[in-house]
Design a protein around this ligand. Structure first.
Ligand SMILES: [Zn+2]
Length: 235
C-alpha cells in the first residue's frame, strides 16, 4: 500500500507594512503588515509549486491577525498590488527519485509485457504458416523417442529437425545430431548445420491437422515411437 500524505507549504514571498491602511481591529494606520505566500504541495512522490497565491494580514499595533473575512477593500487592493510585485516562482512539478524509479520500472514492465505478447503472437503466426504450407528448410524443435526393436524404445531427447523434402503427402525430415537440453527448450535456436541425423518420412496430413509427427509405418514397426513439436522456425 502506498500512503500519500499531502503536505501543503506556504512559502512567504513578500512582506510589507502597507502605508495608509487602517486596521479593522484597532483602527490604527500604518501598522498593517501583509504577507504574500505561494502554495507548494508535497506528497512525498511529487513536489509541486502551484500558481496559487494567498495572503495574511497582521496588525503590529494591536498584535492581532486580520482574518480574510475581515479584510477591508483597502487591504484587498493592497494585497492585489503586492501580489503583482512579489517574486512569484514559476509553477513546476518535481518527481521524487523513488517515483521516477517507479515510473521507469513500470515503463520497463510495459515494454517486457508488450514484447512477450508480440513474440507469442509472432511465434503463433510462424507456426500456423509452417503448418499450412510446410516448406523445405523449415525447422522444428522436436522431442522424440524411437523404437529400435519390438521391446526397446530409445528416448532421443530434444533436437531440431529440418524439412528436407516434400513429396506429395510425405514430408521428409532429418534430425540434427545436436541435442537441446530440456532447460534450453524455450530459448533454443535451430543450428545452421549438423542436420545429418536420422531421416524420417512423416504424414503431411497428421502434421497439418494434428500438429503431429506420425511416421509412415516402416518395416517391422521400427522408427519413431513418439514425437512432440515444441517450436516452429522459418528460415
Ligand atoms: Zn490593529
Amino acid at each position: 500500500m502506498i500512503i500519500i500524505n499531502v503536505k501543503t507549504i506556504f512559502e512567504p514571498l513578500h512582506k510589507t507594512i502597507v502605508k495608509d491602511i487602517k486596521c479593522p481591529n484597532c483602527q490604527a494606520k500604518d501598522h498593517v503588515e501583509i504577507v504574500v505566500y505561494q502554495k507548494h504541495t508535497d506528497t512525498g512522490w511529487i513536489y509541486k509549486v502551484t500558481k496559487i497565491l494567498t495572503g495574511t494580514a497582521y496588525c503590529l499595533n494591536c498584535n492581532t491577525d486580520i482574518p480574510n473575512v475581515k479584510w477591508t477593500p483597502e487591504i484587498e487592493s493592497a494585497f492585489e498590488k503586492l501580489k503583482t510585485e512579489s517574486p512569484v516562482q514559476k509553477s513546476y512539478i518535481k518527481l521524487s527519485f523513488l517515483f521516477k524509479l517507479l515510473l521507469c520500472f513500470l515503463a520497463i514492465m510495459a515494454v517486457v509485457i508488450a514484447y512477450f505478447i508480440y513474440s507469442l503472437s509472432n511465434e503463433g503466426k510462424i507456426k500456423q504458416k509452417i503448418l499450412q504450407t510446410p516448406t523445405v528448410n523449415n525447422k522444428l524443435l522436436i522431442s522424440h523417442a524411437v523404437r529400435e526393436d519390438y521391446t526397446k524404445t530409445n528416448d532421443l531427447g530434444n533436437s531440431w529437425a529440418v524439412i528436407k523434402k516434400i513429396d506429395g503427402d510425405t514430408i521428409i525430415i532429418q534430425f540434427s545430431t545436436q541435442k537441446v537440453p530440456l532447460e534450453q527448450l524455450n530459448d533454443s535456436e535451430p543450428p545452421k548445420t549438423s542436420y545429418d541425423g536420422k531421416i524420417y518420412k512423416i504424414k503431411k496430413e497428421a502434421f497439418q491437422n494434428e500438429e503431429k509427427i506420425t511416421e509412415y509405418h516402416q518395416e517391422k514397426g521400427m522408427g519413431l515411437n513418439y514425437a512432440y513439436i515444441w517450436k516452429y522456425k522459418e528460415e
